[in-house]
Design a protein around this ligand. Structure first.
Ligand SMILES: *[C@@H]1O[C@H](CO)[C@@H](O)[C@H](O)[C@H]1NC(C)=O
Ligand SMILES: *[C@@H]1O[C@H](CO)[C@@H](O)[C@H](O)[C@H]1NC(C)=O
Ligand SMILES: *[C@@H]1O[C@H](CO)[C@@H](O)[C@H](O)[C@H]1NC(C)=O
Ligand SMILES: CC(=O)N[C@H]1CO[C@H](CO)[C@@H](O)[C@@H]1O
Ligand SMILES: [Mn+2]
Length: 435
């Protein structure tokens, strides 16, 4: 809304330079007098906007490139991760963040009351901001993983949440006590850098994984003679990798909405999934386990409500009729109504972060999928706001005091050796690499 006023103010300044024109001057004075007598500001008169107007931040929230400002504080950040080169089938999720933002335009703080939850998450205690996108390279997944890891550390660790002063921790500890966030993917591999960062803060994380696929496959399960460390990192192996790195809790993890075919002639994929430590709820369970409420009850039986939980929503958990714009569709999934109901039932959990991933707008010109993605993000934000400021009991003082992040030297080593003055010149002129 503010963006509409700014050009007007700028225009006023320009027009003042023609103020030597007596006719104009007289007219301007009349207009000003009219507004002043009605005690109405330009904001009152022109500060509204229809949903289809303005810069497309998520839900018209205040937006800022949070990576560029370490002292910018927020309670819940919406973070775009336009990365899709770790997909095994159809790419395109790099356009997910912009697609989801676009389809979130009918959400706003003015019309944001969630009737299912009984609150407006955008008009409550929490400062919710759109943090912009992490700039991730589409050229090298090894580098991309480092960039995303460094970015999440910078976004989450050593950044005060607005409510941190309200807590019993010392100033130093409360600085390390991070804000929460909802990421807009990107392909599902972005979960690995996210879990790395959350593990630094909270220790092992319980993961509720909405997906038609397992995503706990070891890299050896992918059909290639060839391999490299970089190719091990993909959108079907990241939970397996996270388990090897010790990021995932020994229990309290589950898949919801499974229906993918699995490898070979037996249950080997499920045996491996057991080793990673996940319970499995299939999409078909909705027919046999007491409907959606039955599934919700089952989730709440498995997850420990006193420990940190991460919710990851692969949009392919929805039936292709509800979400055709994704890389790896599977028949026989939930309706968006059913997914929304399930998410709403998770509001009492200690959700420390969440995402909606694999929204791939190029396959869905009708924008159904990105609309579902925007609704999922809204429900996740609602849950975090409704639960209130993050519970101090989730933090361990010793852990907070000893967090190590990627340092400036690590990052400097990744710098391009030949990016000299020319790059700087383009960056100054265009704010980007000139491509
Ligand atoms: C960074 O954010 C803080 C807190 O919102 C604000 O006061 C400051 O002006 C911002 N700095 C820049 C360079 O935008
Ligand atoms: C912190 O959260 C409480 C709600 O529990 C709210 O009343 C208070 O205004 C918040 N403080 C800040 C600084 O936002
Ligand atoms: C590949 O990963 C292994 C195990 O994490 C590590 O020991 C090795 O150094 C890595 N190789 C390269 C080339 O990065
Ligand atoms: C969540 C939390 O710690 N809230 C506290 C914030 O501070 C007020 C006043 O000091 C307390 O009453 C709240 O319990
Ligand atoms: Mn997935």
């Amino acid at each position: 809304m503010v963006s509409i006023v700014v050009p007007l103010l700028a225009m006023t300044t320009v027009l003042q330079s023609v103020a030597s024109n007596p006719i104009y001057n007289q007219h301007e004075q009349q207009v000003q007098a009219q507004f002043q007598s009605q005690k109405e500001s330009l904001q009152d008169v022109w500060g509204q906007a229809w949903p289809f107007q303005g810069i497309e931040s998520f839900a018209h929230l205040p937006h800022s490139q949070c990576l560029l400002n370490r002292s910018l504080d927020f309670d819940i950040g919406v973070i775009g991760v336009p990365f899709d080169t770790a997909t095994t089938y159809r790419p395109g999720a790099r356009f997910g963040p912009s697609g989801i933002r676009r389809s979130s335009q009918r959400q706003s703080s003015m019309r944001g009351f969630n009737f299912r939850a009984g609150i407006n998450p955008y008009e409550n205690w929490a400062k919710v901001v759109d943090c912009g996108d992490i700039p991730v390279t589409p050229m090298d997944n090894g580098l991309a993983l480092k960039q995303m890891t460094a970015a999440y550390e910078n976004l989450i660790i050593n950044r005060p949440s607005t409510n941190s002063t309200n807590h019993t921790l010392t100033d130093e500890q409360s600085l390390a006590k991070p804000p929460r966030f909802v990421s807009l993917g990107g392909d599902h591999s972005i979960l690995l850098p996210i879990l790395r960062t959350l593990h630094k803060v909270y220790g092992e994380i319980q993961v509720i994984h909405f997906d038609s696929h397992l995503d706990t496959w070891s890299p050896s399960k992918f059909p290639s003679f060839w391999s490299s460390n970089t190719s091990d990192f993909n959108h079907g192996s990241m939970i397996w990798l996270a388990k090897q790195e010790g990021l995932i809790a020994p229990s309290g993890n589950l898949h919801v909405g499974l229906r993918t075919r699995i490898a070979g002639t037996d249950w080997d994929d499920y045996d491996e999934d057991d080793e990673v430590g996940f319970e499995r709820i299939h999409a078909d369970d909705i027919l046999t386990r007491g409907g959606v409420q039955g599934i919700a009850n089952h989730i709440l039986e498995i997850v420990d409500a006193d420990k940190p939980v991460y919710i990851s929503v692969d949009i392919d958990v929805l039936d292709p009729s509800s979400a055709p714009g994704t890389g790896t569709m599977e028949c026989g999934g939930f309706l968006s109504r059913e997914l929304i109901y399930l998410l709403r039932k998770l509001e009492d959990l200690n959700i420390v972060g969440a995402d909606v991933v694999e929204v791939s707008p190029p396959y869905d010109p009708l924008e159904i999928t990105q609309l579902a993605g925007a609704q999922v993000a809204y429900e996740l934000i609602t849950n975090m706001v409704k639960k209130g400021p993050i519970n101090d009991k989730l933090f361990n003082e010793e852990r907070l005091a000893s967090i190590e992040t990627m340092n400036v030297k690590d990052i400097a080593e990744l710098k391009h050796p030949n990016k000299g003055n020319v790059f700087k010149k383009y960056q100054r002129q265009y704010g980007r690499g000139g491509l």
